[in-house]
Design a protein around this ligand. Structure first.
Ligand SMILES: [Zn+2]
Length: 310
């Protein structure tokens, strides 16, 4: 498995914000202590360029974000802050996602985990939202298509609806988007009748669940719906927006998963990728705000991903 991790993600300095530097510091410490740095392939990679980000974002928005970061603008949206280092951190995260796509497309490895921040799945093509600046999973899906992996399944199990990703592929029948999330909850979208439009009708699948839904029910609904969707889409690659804020201890999420459930979910989705697309799977860190349980959940997730020997 490819593992992308770097202390450069600490350059996105958000102060006392819940999406804080300590999140990635604790993930990196866990990756070291649990042996993931030794057991995984750790490629060197380049930060994404503005041009690469234009696969999903407008040039004027990218210039605006860059300018906000240069100006150390602080709060740029209700929930989102930037510092002078945020541009470098964000571009490195998008670069990780794209590098993983390229290596997997070439057959160097089958799967990858990107321990990156800030998260991306709320980011719109022309606006920041909900702690997110650039939608890395959306850029990665477009990059996959450019290197010959035409049909992409994006699974999003962050506790929040991935509204930005949904919007990017709303009319696209080649990039399927499936999200399970707490509802009603931030950002307010993700009802089950949101299924796409035009040629993309039926290629967006939303599974809203109530607060405190039992973990087993959450997983069963995720698995059942994704299995059916993958049969229909026949993906060449699976991208996972892996948030860990559905954990019972998460200060934000209000759901009930334990760390062990992320191991089960990881093993299942690795097997789904094995059955549909030769194991091609890239997992990207999104949310998860408990400073101990989130890294513990990432560790469990990686144990699941590596458990079936892909
Ligand atoms: Zn989230």
């Amino acid at each position: 498995m490819l593992l992308y991790a770097s202390d450069w993600f600490e350059k996105h300095d958000t102060g006392s914000h819940p999406e804080c530097i300590a999140r990635i510091q604790n993930v990196n410490r866990m990756l070291d202590e649990k042996g993931w740095f030794r057991s995984c392939t750790r490629p060197s990679w380049m930060a994404a360029t503005m041009e690469r980000c234009q696969l999903n974002h407008t040039a004027s928005y990218l210039e605006q974000i860059h300018e906000w970061c240069v100006e150390n603008a602080g709060r740029i949206e209700a929930d989102t802050v930037v510092s002078t280092g945020s541009w470098d951190a964000t571009m490195l995260g998008v670069g990780a996602a794209c590098d993983a796509v390229e290596r997997i497309a070439r057959g160097e490895e089958r799967n990858a985990f990107c321990a990156i921040r800030p998260p991306g799945h709320h980011a719109l093509i022309d606006a920041p939202m909900g702690f997110c600046l650039i939608n890395h999973v959306a850029v990665a899906a477009r990059r996959a298509q450019a290197v010959g992996l035409q049909r992409v399944l994006i699974v999003d199990w962050d506790v929040h609806h991935g509204n930005g990703t949904q919007a990017s592929f709303w009319t696209d029948p080649d990039v399927g988007f499936l999200s399970i999330h707490r509802f009603p909850f931030y950002p307010g979208t993700g009802t089950k009748d949101e299924t796409g439009a035009g040629a993309g009708t039926g290629f967006t699948v939303n599974i809203p669940v109530a607060a405190d839904t039992p973990a087993r029910e959450f997983l069963n609904r995720l698995i059942d719906a994704t299995e059916v969707f993958a049969e229909r889409l026949r993906p060449d690659l699976i991208l996972l927006s892996a948030g860990f804020d559905a954990h019972v201890a998460d200060p934000v999420g209000g759901l009930t998963l334990e760390s062990e459930h992320y191991e089960q979910a990881g093993a299942w989705i690795a097997d789904l990728a094995r059955r549909h697309c030769k194991g091609r799977l890239i997992s990207l860190l999104e949310g998860g705000y408990h400073l101990d349980r989130m890294p513990e959940s990432v560790d469990a997730h990686l144990r699941g991903l590596t458990s079936i020997g892909v």
